[in-house]
Design a protein around this ligand. Structure first.
Ligand SMILES: [Zn+2]
Length: 494
């Protein structure tokens, strides 16, 4: 049996043009030869696309042919061809050069009419699918994945995908408003006139380290650079208080290349409907860069050291302490001074916002550890644990500096907790892990330039936030993305 697939193009005037797309031959039916194969479907899709696109372009060229001033047809200078990359393959199109009509003065003697129809040579739908997937998985896998199911040509490579994504991200970056130090405008009286805002916003900010490509940071030694990522959670909306889960959005930036970090965070909060009279709590990981970012963004904001980051450090210390062979607790006093008991007390003090007492108790831990390298007579005798002890000592001193630097941001977590207020944004999974690590750190052989990482993160956060299609519609008003079957969050959880 033959199956001929034909396309009939019907013009505006009603003339029909018939073209054969495929001729499939099938002999006896069997389970595996019923219907179309994937390869046939790819070829048919490609040829169908080529035929439709060609008809559309030819109709456009016919319509444009006459001079807009005197209506005489313009002379053909030469007949070139152009290539358009689409989701259904590479299309070859006529790209003629016409002479301008002599009836009016023109700056140039010739024109290529296709340039006005196709200012870019990749279809928005292909750009959208490429960039969406490449923000979630590697550039190389993205193109292989698309080629698996779609008739995308084999010259289309991972670097092409990367360059497209960078160009899109740069386009979005260029449209951002200017950076400011101070984003709080208006006075209290003006703020009092605003409508009642939505629920409080909780913004978790986190720093992480990404491995740079050699020489990419411009220094010979340091080949690491810092990424800041954040997540903003709106506790409830007044018009939809039952919304589950609460609306959250993330953002990320590479500080050494980002010229507008505060604007970026501010815009994110605005996109969640932030008002100047809305309560905003910033939770930071305690790093200096991270802590400074949200300053002067909202008049009704508080800044808190994220409890999650405190507990992470204490957990590491607890593991160190358990790993050490401690001198037998001969008496009650000794038991009292055991490292684990001291650490419990540090945690207890911090939980109640008492950073002074926490540092005192850390001092006790430090003193205990320092004694470990000396016997009762004060003679230095390295014990078999001394290496682990000195490592723990290092962590203890780091934690002490950490608490000292963040004293102003350590609050009474216990009280907040009892009142049902948030004490952290990162208990389930830290933002840096979700936004950055899964794409950039886990595969250690991947090495990034700070600029490349920054641009990728801009697309990635928009895809995760579900804003990427809207950004595309801003650029290409007629763009209609297909229904996304796999969501970014499903893929991240995989
Ligand atoms: Zn003319």
């Amino acid at each position: 049996m033959h199956f001929r697939i034909q396309i009939v193009a019907v013009s505006e005037e009603g003339t029909e043009h018939c073209q054969e797309i495929a001729d499939l031959v099938r002999s006896k039916a069997s389970l595996e030869t019923l219907g179309l194969t994937l390869n046939e479907s790819k070829q048919i899709l490609h040829d169908l696309q080529q035929s439709i696109v060609l008809h559309q372009v030819n109709a456009f060229l016919t319509e444009q042919r006459s001079c807009p001033h005197c209506q005489k047809p313009r002379l053909i200078k030469d007949n070139g061809i152009a290539v358009l990359r689409t989701l259904f393959g590479e299309m070859t199109l006529p790209n003629p050069r016409w002479c301008h009509c002599s009836c009016s003065r023109q700056e140039r003697r010739t024109l290529r009419p296709l340039s006005s129809l196709l200012p870019e040579r990749t279809s928005p739908e292909l750009l959208f699918m490429e960039s969406k997937w490449a923000s979630l998985i590697s550039y190389g896998l993205t193109i292989k994945l698309l080629q698996d199911f779609l008739p995308i040509d084999h010259k289309h490579s991972a670097p092409t995908v990367r360059n497209h994504l960078f160009r899109l991200a740069e386009r979005h970056e260029a449209a951002m408003d200017e950076e400011k130090v101070f984003f709080m405008e208006g006075c209290q009286a003006e703020r009092d006139c605003l409508p009642i805002p939505d629920g409080p916003l909780s913004v978790g900010l986190d720093g992480g380290i990404v491995r740079a490509r050699r020489g990419a940071t411009g220094e010979k030694t340091a080949n690491l650079f810092e990424v800041i990522a954040g997540k903003s959670i709106l506790s409830f909306r007044r018009d939809d208080p039952e919304e589950v889960p609460p609306s959250s959005k993330c953002f990320a930036l590479v500080q050494i290349v980002d010229k507008k970090p505060k604007r970026r965070l501010f815009d994110l909060l605005l996109s969640q409907g932030m008002q100047a009279n809305q309560q905003v709590t910033f939770f930071s990981d305690g790093g200096d860069n991270v802590r400074r970012l949200p300053e002067f963004l909202n008049p009704d904001s508080e800044h808190i050291l994220d409890w999650f980051h405190i507990t992470m450090r204490l957990t590491v210390l607890g593991q160190c302490a358990r790993g050490l062979q401690q001198p037998a607790a001969a008496d009650a006093a000794n038991e009292e001074a055991s490292l684990e008991r001291c650490l419990e007390s540090v945690k207890h003090s911090l939980w109640h916002g008492n950073s002074g007492l926490a540092r005192d108790r850390l001092g006790d831990v430090e003193a205990t550890l320092e004694m470990w390298d000396f016997d009762e007579d004060g003679i230095h005798t390295p014990r078999k644990d001394s290496e682990s002890a000195s490592r723990m000592l290092k962590y203890v001193r780091e934690l002490d500096i950490y608490i000292r630097n963040n004293t102003g941001y350590i609050v009474n977590y216990g009280e907040r907790y009892r009142c049902g207020e948030r004490i952290s944004t990162g208990f389930v999974e830290s933002t840096i892990n979700q936004v950055v690590s899964k794409r950039m750190v886990k595969k250690q052989q991947m090495q990034w330039t700070p600029k490349g990482a920054h641009l990728l993160l801009q697309v990635r956060t928009q895809v995760i936030n579900g804003d990427w299609a809207e950004t595309f519609r801003g650029w290409y008003p007629g763009f209609q993305p297909g229904n996304a079957v796999i969501s970014a969050s499903e893929l991240l959880a995989a």
